[in-house]
Design a binder for this molecule. Structure first.
Ligand code: GFB
Length: 309
């Protein structure tokens, strides 16, 4: 096992994103001092030469590979080819470059719960990986993440790389993307309700309101990633979810309560519902990290409102 020490040389690819910035913040809070947070402006992970150069020179002890081209359901649907190409290329560039230039680096690769089939017994356990047909709205992203997971497995088997792969559920938190068209549902709802409260507007939400989602606070996910980097070396993928989910309508009700504002809501049913439900089974994670206890949505929401609004 490679030990994550306080003076370990740690790189975070995607360090300015939602999860990456949370990992950097939590690493610093835990006393890690030697952290290199890399954004796409510094190193373009689509350019293999840039990735190789960085790894050849830096040789980090640990690498959190949390960079990605991400977005909500609408953006995934409209630009599926970009999601496929960019996420696949970034993942493969990183694994191949690590193999060639920095073999002692331990990598944590983040997949996503959208790698699981569209239909599943709930909650979804990790054995559902590759067990059925995928949801169409985000198939490009899902296939790219599946490629990354398989790369993690095969590069370990063939070249002895030190990799672990985790599957975070839907995340939200400080520093989220509040773009109403391209962002995810949780930040989208928060922004719509917040703006409507300022202007006393009607709100338009998408779909039927019936699909169910988990919502994991980014810093809770970051704590798990750091814990697993330190304590887990297994080859099995691990869900990072909450174990509890709500319908979109229930999320809207919760945001209403916290903001103390009751707007008129219209539903745009021309927009897709996507996967109906994807509650994660977190038994495997709890066995490794018994103290894991994700915070409630209301608690996380209050922090986001303070930080981002
Ligand atoms: O977070 P989200 O965009 O993506 O949530 P997924 C989509 C669900 O929320 C659909 C409903 O049922 C939408 O109809 N929804 C309601 C809204 N109002 C809104 C709104 O204002 N904005 C948005 N965005 N949705 C993502 C994948 O899927 O899951 C990602 O697209 C990733 O690639 C992530 O895998 C974990 O949850 O459907």
């Amino acid at each position: 096992m490679i030990i994550l020490e306080k003076n370990s040389k740690i790189t975070v690819f995607g360090g300015t994103g939602l999860l990456g910035s949370a990992i950097v913040k939590r690493l610093k809070a835990k006393g890690y001092q030697n952290i290199d947070s890399i954004s796409s402006k510094e190193i373009n992970l689509l350019e293999k030469k840039e990735v190789e150069e960085y790894l050849k020179n830096q040789q980090p002890d640990q690498l959190f590979m949390v960079a990605g081209h991400v977005g909500g359901i609408y953006s995934n649907m409209k630009r599926g080819a970009d999601f496929l190409y960019k996420n696949t290329t970034m993942a493969l560039n990183v694994f191949e470059s690590i193999k060639n230039y920095s073999k002692n680096t331990k990598i944590l690769f983040t997949g996503s719960t959208c790698i699981y089939p569209k239909e599943n017994p709930q909650p979804i356990n990790e054995d559902r990986f590759l067990a059925g047909k995928l949801e169409k709205t985000n198939i490009g992203y899902a296939i790219a993440k599946i490629t990354g997971i398989i790369a993690s497995e095969l590069y370990t088997k063939q070249y002895g790389l030190k990799t672990i792969a985790v599957m975070p559920t839907n995340l939200y938190g400080p520093n989220d993307n509040y773009d109403l068209e391209n962002g995810h549902m949780i930040p989208g709802l928060i922004k719509k309700f917040y703006d409507a409260k300022q202007n006393n507007n009607t709100i338009t939400l998408w779909g039927s309101g019936k699909p169910r989602r988990e919502a994991l606070f980014s810093e809770d996910c970051a704590d798990v990633c750091i814990y697993l980097m330190k304590n887990y070396d297994g080859s099995e993928i691990i869900n990072i979810g909450t174990g509890f989910d709500y319908s979109i309508t229930e999320f809207a009700d919760k945001i209403k309560k916290v903001l103390d504002f009751e707007p008129k809501i219209e539903w745009d049913t021309s927009k897709p519902d996507g996967t109906f439900e994807k509650r994660t089974d977190i038994t495997r994670l709890k066995k490794i990290m018994p103290e894991y206890k994700p915070r409630s949505f209301e608690e996380g929401l209050k922090i986001v409102l303070e930080y981002d609004f």
